[in-house]
Design a protein. Structure first.
Length: 350
């Protein structure tokens, strides 16, 4: 009897079967309790992404989905309704999951505990529910950033002290980018992988596996409106790129979107110290450490300018760090300026 031959549609079917859930299990190569936990965690994160994407796609049609709440968060930043919606989505999807005892987010002063999970919930989720909030009301790119850490100790006094450790303690990290399509990018320490949401299936389908950031790229991404608030070294870096061919400025106001471009095409994103924010704007546990985890997995680098981001140990939950992240060569160039070893600017340049 002749062996069955799949039809020509098999390629498309194979692609559609490469779901996030299947990929995570393949990555883990084990059915150990921890592998099953991580797989369930990723499934819940995907659900959070789908819920937020759905809400965003209709936000302009709904009463009271957009705009400010009128309050400020622990960072002193004006809170948008979407920040709160997304913050609560993550809490809801992890309730009764048995996976996560604590969630720490930039929108909450102290971690949120799910007491019924705490006897068994061995993980903590750290997240930025909406990254790029200034883009929300104008229908531009925004994201969510997440990081998973193993809970150490019982944290009976609910101080979250064990979270004050470096980025190497992260088990997994990633982000969801809400753009023309919804994309989820994650790493569990075995490469960086991207998935696109197929809304008709309700599944994230593999789009790119083992992403490697180019060693150098054309993009520099920084808010040059802060020029006069920067240290001289950062001003000199921007003068350098202005005077050299091959650089292009891109800045969306959403770190996730700017990072995604650089991950795929190379270049450097920076949010350096400013006079108003001497530690920069971005938060270590919810923003810079998760993206540092990803870029290192993709063969790039993340630095404060003088230290690897992954090595930074916070003193407080909401600590900020300056950030220089992207292609190794471009990060090194920015560091050279910061460390007072800039390359020579050719004479014929103005
Ligand atoms: P968030 O919306 O979570 O507060 O983060 C906004 C961050 C980041 O996404 C972006 O790169 C940066 O803030 C933009 O800040 P500026 O407006 O100061 O450039
Ligand atoms: Mn953010
Ligand atoms: Mn945010």
């Amino acid at each position: 009897m002749a062996e069955y031959q799949p039809a020509e549609t098999a390629f498309a079917l194979d692609r559609d079967c490469k779901t996030l859930g299947r990929h995570v299990l393949e990555q883990l190569q084990s059915f150990s309790p921890e592998a099953q936990d991580l797989s369930a965690l990723m499934g819940r994160l995907a659900l959070a992404g789908k819920l937020i994407a759905r809400h965003l796609s209709r936000a302009g049609l709904m009463e009271s989905a957009l705009g400010f709440t009128g309050t400020t968060n622990v960072q002193g930043e004006a809170v948008k309704k979407m920040d709160i919606y997304a913050n609560d989505v993550f809490i809801s999807v992890f309730k009764q999951s048995g996976l996560v005892c604590r969630l720490a987010s930039e929108e909450m002063e102290t971690p949120y505990y799910i007491p019924e999970n705490c006897p068994i919930g061995r993980y903590t989720l750290l997240y930025d529910p909406i990254d790029g909030s200034s883009n929300v009301d104008i229908n531009l790119n925004i994201g969510s950033i997440f990081s998973i850490r193993r809970q150490q100790g019982e944290d009976r006094d609910r101080s979250g002290q064990d979270l004050l450790q470096n980025g190497h303690q992260q088990l997994a990290a990633g982000y969801i980018l809400y753009g023309p399509s919804t994309v989820l990018v994650y790493s569990m320490g075995r490469g960086v992988h991207a998935f696109t949401l197929d809304p008709s299936l309700g599944e994230f389908i593999l789009a790119a596996e083992n992403i490697q950031v180019p060693g150098h790229g054309p993009t520099y991404s920084v808010n040059e409106g802060n020029f006069w608030q920067w240290d001289d070294s950062i001003r000199d870096f921007t003068r350098y790129v202005h005077r050299h061919d091959g650089y292009s400025a891109r800045y969306t106001g959403a770190l996730v979107a700017d990072f995604h471009r650089i991950l795929l095409q190379g270049g450097v994103f920076l949010y350096p110290a400013t006079q108003k924010q001497p530690q920069g704007k971005l938060r270590l546990l919810y923003e810079t450490a998760p993206l540092a985890f990803l870029i290192e997995q993709a063969g790039g680098r993340a630095s404060t300018g003088s230290q690897e981001i992954m090595a930074v140990v916070p003193t407080h939950l909401h600590d900020r760090t300056p950030l220089v992240i992207g292609s190794t060569k471009d990060v090194a160039l920015v560091e050279a300026f910061i460390q007072d070893k800039p390359p020579a600017i050719p004479r014929h340049h103005p």
